[in-house]
Design a binder for this molecule. Structure first.
Ligand code: NDP
Length: 448
């Protein structure tokens, strides 16, 4: 066997790369991981983790208002200090970054704090010019926010910068209507900003069940968020007062204090040496097979840099499967069916399996059950927000093929229910379980 510097060289220490490195090393492989920024990647440094903490922080705005109806004496205007929340969140990010680094070191993984680019099937070049060789290379470099190509786009921010703002803007326009747009719309709105969402189509959160996203749209509008649909950027003009005027198709210009782009994410494959090494790409994403292998036998890829599902737990599964397959003598491939997902919007939504329209197309005969209710906490708080749970079943067998929810805590509830959906349970089996009263989750076994 050729004499390589390492058994495995991983590029990118995000969620997927860290898992693959750690597990491969635990199986006995000699592993190095190159990271040009910070260990932890998007999820830990500028994604899921700090975002969720901001969501918790923002939710207090409503909780404090609701508290009055529960007898608490809360002033009409509660003061909010953004730097306190921001700095505490960034401190927590530092802590987790440290924990990830420690885990890699404890497993004997060599962390190289430099950018690495692929120079051949078994070689990479580091930023300092040195070359390293490995029997296998794993690319786990993730993705970055896409910014539309329009004049003045440089005046906008992306979610990367949102965690470091000096102040919460009074007015913000968020471009895009997917995960990031709806999650940050909730955060900024709760923290006092007037939020406008603009999207190129009429859909928010394409891919989620129509009834659920319609409910989010309705609640968001009721809260005062504005939507501009069928709108594409024409120009973004910065005024002398620092305000930004957004010119868009089909609508009058909108003037705001900040513009944030949340228009999808692009795989970080640029200038990584992949094309020269012969690695096939599909619109910038690395094409891989079920074993995470690219078109070059010794080069593999996992996570957001591939042409699969851009979710942290999926990248982690892919990293684990890769390490177990090649270093643990345990061939494993990831099952991409029934992957639950959630949008931490305000209120949050979550779903697993087929939407109603997908199920109709795929199965022909389906039965749909739902529960449209006002959570009791909302009733006492005088909050006119209804939750909606929807169950889509195979019309022949009664097997649940999709479960879609919007309302308080639904991501927490769906994670448990997704186990039952994945296990192939039927509506009748759900109904055999006695309701746990009074909860919102009991609606899962009471649907009509
Ligand atoms: P999404 O794919 O969720 O949404 C992108 C939005 O931008 C859509 O509304 C889309 O419009 C619009 N869009 C796409 N391309 C363009 C373009 N060229 N010009 C104008 N508008 C455009 O992407 P996000 O950026 O919100 O998030 C990226 C990924 O990160 C998600 O796909 C998700 O996998 C992951 N993520 C997951 C989270 C979670 O699990 N809770 C949280 C945050 C991110 P349309 O659909 O109408 O065509």
């Amino acid at each position: 066997m050729a004499d390589y510097d390492y058994d495995l060289f991983v590029i990118g220490a995000g969620s997927g790369g860290t898992r693959a490195s750690r597990v491969a090393a635990a199986h006995g492989a000699r592993v190095a991981v190159a990271e040009e920024y910070r260990v932890g990647g998007t999820c830990v440094i500028r994604g899921c983790v700090p975002k969720k903490l901001l969501i918790y922080g923002a939710h207090f705005a409503e909780d404090l208002k609701d508290a009055k109806r529960f007898g608490w004496q809360v002033p009409d205007e509660c003061a909010f200090d953004w730097p306190t929340l921001r700095d505490n969140v960034l401190e927590e990010v530092d802590r987790i970054n440290g924990a990830y680094t420690q885990t890699l070191e404890n497993h004997g993984v060599e962390i190289i704090h430099q950018r690495a680019v692929v120079t051949g099937p078994h070689s990479v070049r580091l930023a300092d010019g040195s070359e390293k060789t490995a029997e296998r290379i794993l690319v786990a470099v993730g993705a970055h926010p896409a910014v539309p190509d329009c004049p003045g786009a440089e005046h906008g921010i992306t979610s990367n910068e949102a965690f470091h703002l000096d102040a919460i803007p009074k007015r913000i326009l968020i471009a895009g209507a997917g995960y990031i747009a709806n999650e940050f719309a909730g955060i900024f709105h709760q923290l006092g900003a007037h939020v406008t969402i603009m999207n190129r189509t009429q859909d928010i959160l394409r891919g989620y069940d129509l009834s659920i996203r319609d409910r989010l749209l309705q609640i968001s509008m009721m809260k005062g968020l504005e939507f501009k649909f069928d709108a594409t950027f024409q120009q973004l003009v910065k005024g002398e007062d620092g305000c930004l005027t957004v010119h868009m198709s089909n609508h009058e210009p909108v003037t705001v204090d900040m513009v944030m782009f949340a228009t999808g994410r692009v795989p970080n494959t640029r200038d990584l040496g992949l094309e020269a090494a012969g690695v096939a790409l599909d619109r910038g994403a690395i094409v891989v097979d079920a074993q995470n292998r690219s078109s070059i036998d010794s080069i593999f890829a996992i996570g957001d840099v591939t042409n699969r599902i851009q979710l942290t737990p999926v990248a982690i599964r892919e990293g684990q499967a890769f390490a177990d397959t090649f270093y643990g003598n345990k061939p494993t491939s990831v099952d991409y069916t029934n992957i639950p997902s959630a949008v931490f919007s305000h209120p949050p939504m979550a779903g697993v399996g087929l939407t109603e329209s997908e199920a109709k197309q795929k199965l022909g005969s389906i039965r749909v059950y739902s529960s449209d209710f006002r959570p009791m906490k909302n009733v006492l708080a005088g909050r006119n927000e209804r939750a909606l749970y929807k169950m889509v079943c195979d019309g022949e067998t009664g097997r649940i093929v999709g479960l879609h929810m919007i309302g308080p805590d639904v991501p927490e509830i769906l994670q448990a229910a997704a186990i039952a959906v994945k296990a192939g349970l039927t509506k009748a089996q759900f109904d055999e379980t006695v309701a746990l009263h009074p909860t919102m989750a009991e609606e899962l076994v009471l649907m009509k």
